[in-house]
Design a protein around this ligand. Structure first.
Ligand code: HSE
Length: 312
């Protein structure tokens, strides 16, 4: 039996503007690392967490990465002990799917360490249980793209129906992460429970067009479909300089720009790397104006999902 595995699980951009809870894509960078070890001593132990500023619990029953492992061990009658290390390499409460990356990383790692041969569809259920701990909701638009890679559409939740979408090769994502935290759990509570029919029409028109744009490689269509008539009007107000950041990104050549997940990160898509970098500088200058620190990530689309760094 293998003894130890270290995996990388990517950050994700969920919603993609119009697709609240139903669309998302994975990034090449940043991402979390998870280490799992089999031990003689039975039970599941989190031995180390780094990069979390002491914010995460070592109690596996309350930890986003611990819960999927507990559930997998229970369901598959796994008797050996499991030790886990969580290395957070992306910010919390950032809208980049930090909790999803840890949940998926743990799930993917156990599958390979113990050679369980579970499909992504089976793994998704366990990763969603981890997401539930963090955000109080089993939304899959971070966990699914993190696990499958690429762009994902969630056609339905009962049962979960995942559609993987191809996307044009030359698509680059710029993310700006302003140094403030927004809790997904709290942010979801502020969203309206119903939406006017005209907004719904605009929203499903954009969702369908975004899918068409991705599949046919129509960059202009992708760009103009990244609109949101549901969450953006509420959430945009909590992101400093949001309107200015978006305007600066579009003026610099981005195809489209919107809030990443529940924010505060904002993403923009571009059709070449040079533009993606220019967009990043323009976005950052808007936060520099109000002296709010921020990080910029420039990334291709991660088409593979998590990966094994080391397997001993
Ligand atoms: N779809 C979720 C939301 C993603 O917008 O609340 C959170 O990361």
């Amino acid at each position: 039996m293998r003894k130890e595995i270290r995996v990388f699980a990517p950050a994700t951009v969920s919603n993609v503007g119009c697709g609240f809870d139903v669309m998302g894509f994975a990034l090449d960078t940043p991402g979390d690392e998870i280490v799992l070890r089999t031990t003689q001593r039975s039970g599941i132990t989190i031995t180390k967490i780094t990069g979390d500023d002491g914010k995460l619990t070592l109690d596996p029953e309350k930890n986003t990465a611990g819960v999927p492992i507990i559930e997998m061990c229970r369901e598959f009658g796994i008797k050996c002990g499991i030790e886990m290390e969580i290395h957070k390499k992306m910010p919390f409460g950032s809208g980049l799917g930090s909790s999803a990356a840890s949940a998926v990383g743990a799930t993917f790692a156990l599958n390979h360490l113990l050679e369980l041969n579970l499909s992504n569809k089976e793994l998704l259920r366990f990763a969603q249980a981890g997401e539930m701990i963090a955000s109080g909701s089993e939304h899959a638009d971070n966990v699914a793209p993190c696990l499958y890679g690429g762009f994902i559409l969630i056609r339905g939740y009962k049962p979960v129906d995942i559609v993987t979408l191809s996307s044009p090769e030359n698509l680059f994502c710029t993310v700006i992460h302003p140094h403030i935290e927004i809790s997904t759990k709290e942010s979801r509570k502020l969203l309206p429970e119903s939406i006017p029919v005209n907004d719904a029409i605009a929203q499903w028109g954009n969702c369908a067009a975004l899918v068409a744009g991705l599949l046919t490689g129509d960059y202009e269509l992708i760009g103009r479909s990244i609109e949101d008539h549901f969450a953006e009007p509420v959430r945009g107000k909590f992101i400093p300089q949001y309107a200015q950041i978006k305007e600066a990104a579009l003026k610099s050549g981005a195809l489209g720009c919107n809030i990443s997940g529940s924010g505060p990160s904002v993403f923009a898509l571009s059709s070449d790397l040079e533009t993606a970098k220019k967009v990043g500088a323009a976005m950052k200058s808007q936060l520099d104006k109000i002296e709010l620190a921020s990080d910029i990530y420039i990334s291709g689309i991660n088409r593979k999902g998590p990966k094994i760094i080391e397997l001993i």
